[in-house]
Each structure stands twice: as C-alpha cells, then as structure tokens.
Design a binder for this molecule. Structure first.
Ligand code: ZN
Length: 319
C-alpha cells in the first residue's frame, strides 16, 4: 500500500423534496449551494451540491432528487451518520440556532470523547455537528446565513453500519490507505491524510436488518485522489484486495471510479484537480442550472421538466 487517500471527497445522498433539502442545508446549516445540476445518468432529476464557498473536497454533500421515492429503511450496510466539524467555541451558537429553528436534536458524546449535536434532515438523514478544534482548510461562505466564526468546517467523518464479518477493514487500510487509530467493542475509527473529511468509523450492527435505500439514505461515499495518476493507483490497490473498480468516468467536476463493498455500501474514488469553478465563477456558484455538454442541446426540455427552486430567506428562522 503506497498511496493514501486524503480523506472523504464528497458524500451523495437521496432526497424526496429538493426545496426542503435546500432550505435545510443552505438556510439552516449554512452550506452553500455550489452547484445545481442534473443526475448525469438521469437528466430529469436534480443533483444538488452543498459545500463551503468554493466546493473544497471534504466539504461536499450532494443529493439526488427522485420524486416519490420511498423512505429509507435504516439498517446494516449503509452510511449511518455524517459528521461535520464545528469549532469547540461554536457549540452554544449551534445549540441556540437549532432551538430557534425548532429542529429536534440530541446532545451526545462520541465513543472517543467528542461532544456532538445530532439532528436529522427533512428526509431523516442523521447529521452530527462535532465540537473539535482540528485545523480544516476550508473557505467559509461569507455571504451565508451563519457567521464566519461558526460555519461548518467540512466533514469530520462518516459512520458506516456494517453487518459484521463482511468488514471492510481490508478495503479501508490496504485499498485506500486509511490508518486504524482507535477501537472500542463495536466501533473502529480510521484516519486518512488530511482534514477536512479525515475520519471514517465503522460500527458492527449484526442485529439490525439489512438497510433499504430510499429518501434519507446515503447513496455513496467518495474518497479523494489528488489527480488521475493517484486515482489509478488507488484503483490498483483496491483491485489487489479483491474489488473490481469501474473504468474512469468523467463527472465534469472530477473524474470518478466506483466499486461496491461487501457491506453493500457503494464507494467512489474522485479526483481533486478539476473542481467546481470550471463552469461558473466563484461569485455565481450554484445560481444557474448547469448541464454537462452532452445535455446542453436538451436544456429547454430539462428546464421545463424540473421543479423550480427558490433560495432560502435567511432572516426567517424556519424552513
Ligand atoms: Zn459521487
């Protein structure tokens, strides 16, 4: 194992309501909608990207919208929770903000000691805000609804619920270059090279039923490769531990390759070297519907078929 991923690149989940989704992630959590596009495999459906001001890898949460999709059934074999970092000095700010938005929440302590505020998005996806002073290089969104000192500092990590013996330890350590750094009876924490998005934790949940994907599920989780050369090296390492990756796919904002893990969680490898400013200026990120060149001839039909979205009104504490 010679190559180590830098950490989580993006996480993609599923929503049944893009307006509620936008109001929650941008209006409440203060993540910037940096890209409004369509699913490259299904152009009738939105693909929304939320991140810091510029889409730094490790801050990017994206959603596929599928109308009428049934709700997820929680279980084993899925990403159970997503965690963002907040400053230790921001916990009171976020407690107050959560209460003022009437969002149900709980305060917990992670197995390795960090305080976390847990909320669920409108589709039931669990989001934790972890109080931590790790140093994240992100670009705060200065025009957003959350003051710069309190913004989410990108992903802290993600928790994978695994059925047990199909553990993906080998993929994480030998395929992707994660380092196992801590373990309890049921939870193991792995770290990649850098923040944001450095941690992956696994939890063995043999008593849970198999998860069924739906609204509120994570669809896949993507790991950073700095460029195509590193992506190919990670493909090779993943192949050497027994998993076949797809050929490199052009996702316009990055190059990608996918493989299914034995726990039925889809992993992706994604490159960092293209980014989200390829088709919009930093000032205009997220404002216009962006289509990849192959769909541009069909813009009129696509725009007519998707429901319009309005940006949240930041002064109004509701969504
Ligand atoms: Zn992806």
């Amino acid at each position: 194992m010679d190559y180590r991923t830098l950490g989580i690149h993006h996480i993609t989940a599923i929503t049944s309501d893009p307006q509620k989704n936008l109001d929650f992630y941008e209006g409440f959590l203060g993540q910037r909608l940096i890209k409004k596009t369509v699913n490259f495999d299904d152009p009738s459906a939105y693909h929304l990207y939320y991140a810091d001001a510029i889409g730094t890898p490790g801050t990017v949460l994206t959603f596929f919208y599928w109308a009428g999709i049934p709700k997820r059934e929680k279980g084993s074999g899925e990403v159970g929770s997503i965690y963002y970092s907040i400053s230790e000095d921001s916990i009171q700010y976020w407690r107050d903000r959560i209460v003022s938005f009437n969002v149900p929440f709980s305060e917990e302590v992670l197995p390795f000691g960090e305080k976390v505020l847990k909320v669920s998005d409108p589709d039931g996806l669990e989001i934790g805000l972890v109080a931590t002073n790790v140093k994240n290089s992100i670009q705060p969104w200065e025009d957003g609804p959350v003051p710069k000192d309190h913004v989410l500092n990108g992903f802290y990590g993600a928790l994978l619920h695994l059925p047990g013996h199909e553990d993906i330890n080998d993929i994480l350590e030998n395929g992707l270059g994660y380092e196992k750094i801590a373990t309890t009876n049921e939870i193991t924490r792995y770290q990649a090279l850098s923040w944001p998005g450095r941690y992956i934790a696994t939890k063995i949940t043999p008593k849970l039923p198999p998860a069924r994907q739906g609204a509120g599920s994570v669809h896949h989780i993507a790991f950073q490769a700095s460029d195509d050369t590193m992506l190919q090296a990670l493909q090779f390492q993943v192949g050497a531990v027994g998993y076949q990756t797809t050929p490199l796919i052009d996702r316009f904002y990055f190059h990608a390759s996918y493989f299914m893990t034995p726990a039925n969680i889809l992993f992706e490898l994604s490159t960092n070297d293209i980014g989200f400013i390829i088709d919009e200026s930093v000032a205009e990120l997220g404002e216009h519907l962006q289509l990849p060149p192959k769909f541009e001839p069909y813009r009129n039909q696509i725009e007519a078929s998707i429901i319009p979205l309005s940006l949240p009104r930041y002064k109004n504490n509701s969504y």
